[in-house]
Design a protein around this ligand. Sequence first.
Ligand SMILES: Cc1cc2nc3c(=O)[nH]c(=O)nc-3n(C[C@H](O)[C@H](O)[C@H](O)COP(=O)(O)OP(=O)(O)OC[C@H]3O[C@@H](n4cnc5c(N)ncnc54)[C@H](O)[C@@H]3O)c2cc1C
Length: 402
Amino acid sequence: MDLTFTPQDEAFRKEVRAFLDASLPAHLRDGTAATPGVFAEPDISREWQRILFEKGWLPYNWPVDCGGTGWTPVQRYIFEKECALADAPSLPVLSLKLLAPVICRFGTDEQKARILPRILDGSDYWCQGFSEPGSGSDLASLKTRGERRGDTYVINGRKLWTTHAHHANKIFCLVRTDASAKAQAGISFLLVDMDQPGVEVRPIIGLAGDHEVNEVYLDDVVTPADNLIGEEGMGWTIAKFLLENERGGSCHAPKLLSDIAKLRAAASSEPNGDGGSMAQDASFMSELARIELTAQALEMTELRVLAQLAKGLPPGPQTSLAKMVASTVRQQVDGLAMRLYGYAGLALERQRPLYGANPPEPLYKKAAQLAAPRYLNSLAWTIFGGTNEIQRTIIAKTVLGL
Ligand SMILES: Cc1cc2nc3c(=O)[nH]c(=O)nc-3n(C[C@H](O)[C@H](O)[C@H](O)COP(=O)(O)OP(=O)(O)OC[C@H]3O[C@@H](n4cnc5c(N)ncnc54)[C@H](O)[C@@H]3O)c2cc1C
């Protein structure tokens, strides 16, 4: 792996930095538009999406023949790194980074023409209907049925933990279309309109008081057969492709390293309770350094995945490694923030949103106000997208060959 950036890469970095300086408004920047959740709230992410759309940079990880920017993997990395440094919010991940690559890879020309432009211009906001009660890690056991009736599929079942289903107008689902086939072989990938009778979204409130996830009940819900992606029974193959993108489609290290740098900077002004600052607390600082080293090692792994992509190879099971380490470091960073802010960090503000016209006044500082909800929320990192235990099994089997 060649770690030096070419003069063209450095010129690109300057261009991205100048664009962010000029076009990323202060009210969208993390810290101001702070959400404790994994995804930014749609009013934040969609505004940022529109800005990137107008610039032509939105489909930066799509293939060129689907309208992608044609950036090299290194340019994509530079873009994500600069966005993290500039405190840019996250984009609507489920639409742009999970579904769109699936449509590009498995969709027909008609599906590409119908679905991709509406993702880009923000007309459609998608959620992901994979997990069900009893079918999370054991996803292939899912029971939601999709029955072919003429030119339609009729869907019955229940999806669980569906992030942002209450904001979405569309859902991509795994459904069982053949109960007689082997578990994986009987699954298909269907696109479904949420705005129709028979779709009911029930909220699940997380530990920190956030409404991010939901139950979705599907009762005789109808979708046209041309919303089937790939062939009937191909759902598992498509899901595996999508999950590789979910685990490794973005670089996690830039944001983690930027958050670590913020903690380091804040440590010099936070009191240690003994007349000095937390920057003099040897145990805190050595923990911070240890976490930073792991995040730097993660960055190398993510660059290795990018080098693989540059050669035209799939991201591969290393994405499981990246997802597992990133999730663990995320929790450690958010745990350290709690430690840094001491009692002030323990106060759990329940009002939402924590930004906008009338944000709740922080008792101490905004960063301290965010510490507890972020810490509680980040406990989900080692669960969604496949738990750490499941990633370890994938790594053992496919990376280590055990
Ligand atoms: C915040 C959040 C957002 C989510 N968003 C979405 C979404 O938008 N769409 C969606 O489809 N899903 C979503 N999920 C669901 C997520 O993918 C599942 O929660 C996850 O796959 C785990 O499944 P489960 O909850 O059924 O737990 P289980 O599979 O029941 O696991 C329970 C425990 O047992 C362990 N375990 C299970 N099987 C094994 C095994 N074979 N070996 C070792 N240990 C094992 C697990 O690691 C875990 O610790 C979300 C989850 C969370 C928490």
